[in-house]
Design a binder for this molecule. Sequence first.
Ligand code: FAD
Length: 401
Amino acid sequence: MDFAESERVRTIRSIAREFVQKELVPLEPALRRRRFVELLPELRRVRDRAKETGLWAAHLPAEWGGAGLGLVEFAHLSEELGRTPIGHYAFNVQAPDVGNMEILLEHGTDAQKERFLRPLVRGDIRSCFTMTEPEFPGSNPTWMGTTAVRDGDAWVIRGHKWFASSVDGAAFAICMAVTDPDAESPYQRASMILVPTDAPGFEHVANLSVMGDRGSDYASHAEVSYHGCRVPLENLLGAEGAGFAIAQDRLGAGRVHHCMRWIGICERALDLLCRHAATRQLSPGRPLGTRQIVQQWIAESRAEIHGARLMVLHAAWKIAAQGTYAAREEISLIKFTVARTMQRVLDRAIQTLGALGMTDDTPLAWWWAHERGARIYDGPDEVHVSVVAKRILRGYGMDAR
Ligand SMILES: Cc1cc2nc3c(=O)[nH]c(=O)nc-3n(C[C@H](O)[C@H](O)[C@H](O)COP(=O)(O)OP(=O)(O)OC[C@H]3O[C@@H](n4cnc5c(N)ncnc54)[C@H](O)[C@@H]3O)c2cc1C
């Protein structure tokens, strides 16, 4: 196995790191003081400059305006952008748009690509993904209440969703809905349907208050109702009954994107921790970093981040080489390992900074609140732990279902 970074990866990392430092870190205090929606004019200008770097929507092929990065290359970029809360948004590679772009590219018809994908890639519109429902367990995505029924030339969608990120201001949603409740396999009951948010019967009920923040625009999570919402039959995305399979396929690469973003967060947190440890004097001439407990936090964080990065890059390599299905154990391993690593590293950094770590003078407190969800979304820790353990036990002749 070759651990060397290619010339291209080194260039991507260096362009992204410089952009984050020069253009995005200076915007962070405003992001913490003001609502996201109030920053849109500044963010638009930053996005225009991001386009000039050649890394805009970098996961997409060049003919779609991207940089044609492979998954491993994109993973490196994701780490660099993860060092600031607005890195991915600045380059139009933020969830859920990044996954929605990938689904549209892979499964959309030519007409769907023109109508939904092209403006999304340009950054002219945003999108959202509505799957989770308050009344059903999101951890079992084969069981949901939302239905889509054919009526003449339209789908009629009825259902109740929540925790859909970035609905506020989105131009369209991808809706997961049951289209064949009688399909023998529970994995073939649901389909994905493209729903413009101005379609009759689509209601953005409200942004949810999450960790004390109702959010706005892209930085929000919302409740949505489909009240007999009508969209043309041609808005079916991919094959009928393929919703679960498409979602699983999308989540493979999506988890790599998230995990490398979290590693970027870890690196920034460790940097803040070390700077403070090296400069904060406990008594004259005795900086905090002279304490063994702080040294232990530094060394353990470095070891955990290093291990986590290698795991994610390996998973990305395996997905790219053998496909999502072959890499499902690696995908589950990274999902719960890196989410927990991030939580530990953030906690150590906040503890080292003391009261300063609780303020909004650094991004640590923001991440502490906004990234707690990492252990829940895209599959809670416990589901992924269970996937891995069951597969291992199967090797011992045990059916652990
Ligand atoms: C910040 C954030 C953003 C999100 N964005 C989106 C989005 O854009 N679109 C969308 O559709 N959804 C989104 N979600 C929802 C997310 O996908 C669900 O929260 C997730 O799938 C878990 O579903 P649930 O909340 O219904 O928990 P449940 O399924 O009710 O599970 C509750 C808890 O039970 C435990 N548990 C569940 N299954 C098992 C098991 N097999 N073994 C042991 N323990 C188990 C876990 O501890 C779990 O946390 C988001 C969530 C968060 C927090």
